[in-house]
Design a protein around this ligand. Structure first.
Ligand SMILES: Nc1nc2c(c(=O)[nH]1)N[C@H]1C(S)=C(S)[C@@H](COP(=O)(O)O)O[C@H]1N2
Ligand SMILES: [Mo]
Length: 303
């Protein structure tokens, strides 16, 4: 097969990679319980950016995952105890084959690819992440989307015994998100099961999470247990909490500011103290792939 895009090993300086292995080995020795992450088999993708990925440390130590606390370091500290095996996903609503699918069954026949994507949080920071995953469209085709379906709704696990953040009502649990059906079927939209060639770290949404790279990060819901095909716009957690600040669409748009801060620029995590902010790109740099989905929307307006 012809290699059409760089993989993370092509763009990550080897000393950083070796450094990372040494860190993992060190951590493993200190915390005897830490299991070795399983390696995944995957192909490169033409959808990957050539930008250098953030380090594994950046990606796994600076997180938003309110089920484990609201601080950026809380998920890394608290998510280790999440039980991710066994795991199943309820797929229901307007589908031909509704049911409770084991994770292995969800993954069956779906080709894993590495997708090195820009990732832009609504809080105006960003990273480059080498996700491993498969196109959501592959799963939706397999379960058979019925004609009346217009949206896809997603829910995260509710398990307060293992998710300390869920013991307080900071959000209306479960965390919920949704996409229009054409957004869900777009080839850039993936269900990710890993990063850096290994199974997904718990703090990043193990064992399976959504990644929609042209939308603000909160749309990319973690640790999914339910996928429903519906005919009405579904509830979405941040949109419910504060609709004037977090739209249902929430496409990355440098010309439409958040009511409390500018979205014109972003801070690249790991870039160093003197790097300065960089310009945010329309649709997070995926404009040529996705702009046609929004041909009838006024892109100077908040959605
Ligand atoms: N279930 C759930 N999914 C979630 C969140 C969350 O708090 N809970 N945070 C979102 C936000 S705001 C962002 S920016 C990304 C962060 O993903 P990362 O920690 O892998 O970078 O996850 C999104 N998905
Ligand atoms: Mo975010």
């Amino acid at each position: 097969m012809k290699r059409t895009a760089p993989g993370w090993s092509d763009v990550t300086p080897q000393h950083l990679w070796l450094n990372r292995r040494a860190l993992i080995a060190g951590a493993g020795a200190a915390l005897v319980a830490a299991p070795a992450a399983a390696k995944l088999t995957y192909s490169p993708s033409r959808y990957s950016t050539a930008e250098a990925p953030n380090s594994f440390e950046d990606i796994t130590s600076y997180n938003n995952f309110y089920e484990f606390g609201t601080g950026k370091e809380d998920p890394a500290r608290n998510a280790g105890s999440l039980t991710t095996d066994p795991w199943s996903i309820v797929i229901d609503g307007m589908v031909d084959k509704p049911g409770t699918y084991d994770l292995a069954d969800v993954l069956k026949g779906q080709p894993l690819e590495e997708r090195i994507y820009r990732f832009r949080c609504v809080e105006a920071w960003s990273m480059i992440v080498p996700w491993i995953g498969f196109e959501l469209s592959g799963l939706l085709k397999r379960v058979g989307v019925q004609p009346g379906a217009k949206y896809v709704a997603f829910e995260t696990l509710v398990r307060p015994e293992e998710m300390p953040g869920q013991r307080s009502p900071i959000l209306d649990w479960p965390y919920r998100e949704g996409l229009r059906l054409d957004e869900a079927m777009h080839p850039l939209t993936i269900l990710a099961t890993g990063l850096y060639g290994e199974e997904m770290p718990n703090q990043n949404g193990a064992p399976i999470r959504l990644v929609v790279p042209w939308k603000y990060g909160f749309k990319s819901i973690k640790s999914i247990v339910r996928i429903s095909l519906v005919d009405k716009q579904p509830l979405a957690t941040w949109n419910m909490l504060q609709p004037s600040e977090y739209g249902f669409y929430s496409n990355v748009n440098p010309t439409v500011d958040h009511p409390r801060w500018s979205q014109a620029t972003e801070r690249r995590i790991g870039a160093g103290l003197f790097a300065g902010r960089q310009d945010t790109l329309m649709f997070n740099g995926y404009e040529s792939e996705v702009a046609s989905l929004y041909a009838d929307m006024d892109l100077t307006k908040f959605y």
